[in-house]
Ligand binder design. Sequence first.
Ligand SMILES: [Mn+2]
Length: 307
Amino acid sequence: MSPIKVITSGSAYLDIDAFACCIAYAELLNLQGIPARAVSSAKTNASVSKTVLGWGAVLDDYRPTSNDEFVLVDVSDYHHFDPLVVLERVVEVIDHHPGFESHWAQTLGSAADIRPIGAAATQVFQRWDTAGLLHNISEQSAALLATAILDNTLNFIGQMTTTADIDAYARLASQAKLTADWPGQYFRECQTAIEADLAAALAADLKRMKPQSNLPQVFAQLTVWDAVALIRSHRAAISHWMNGQGEDWLLNVISIRDRLSCLLAEPMVSQQKLNRLLPLAWQAELAVLKPSMLRKELLKLGLNPTP
Ligand SMILES: [Mn+2]
């Protein structure tokens, strides 16, 4: 029996990029005659909105066997792989997060595709395009990949955005018949879901840094349409919840509408760590970053601080 390729991602949560990549890459491999399953033990976060779930695309109900091989999408840090992954049986990695490029280049050679690009979904789109099969992609997978690109590039304002992301979105949106108002609709919907259960949204996109990290230990991130409105209405609840997570914390609220990040860091030690990485003007424990920055962009600064 030929091994089944299990397409999976990180352990903490599935954002729409990871979710879309698992489903759309498994679809491509199956179409090419390579048996593949999209599998995850992590739950989706708020970026996989009600409308997106309503498209009906789902992960496969499949339990990997000892014969299976693993393909990791949207993650390359093996400390954060889905617990179902057997490290020795990883055959391919597709990711856009920095830090583990040389490890996987040594382990997998050209089967490791780790590049600075707006979304891993763009990398999966390129697999479809290179295979000459884009006209065969399901509308759901095209819509998922397109929306993942919107989310991870923050509607193309994120610093990791490339022309490849813009091109991939245009072609996927047309394939999926998405309308021109889809981006605004999608991000407004995500904000409504986040405000309905803030604690869950904070918990779902929170990372704990290593003790030696030069970033705050607890690093939460929310992406919303209007960050200022969100913080104004929910400041007390946010502070209370974040203070419960530790004594060194940062919340990055990305505002798509006005293309900025609101950094909220109440502990002085957290503000000081951030001041060493980039110039910030704190006011009432808030600092505005324009243009906005993603956590992975701040992580990159943390790896290579400016002297
Ligand atoms: Mn991603």
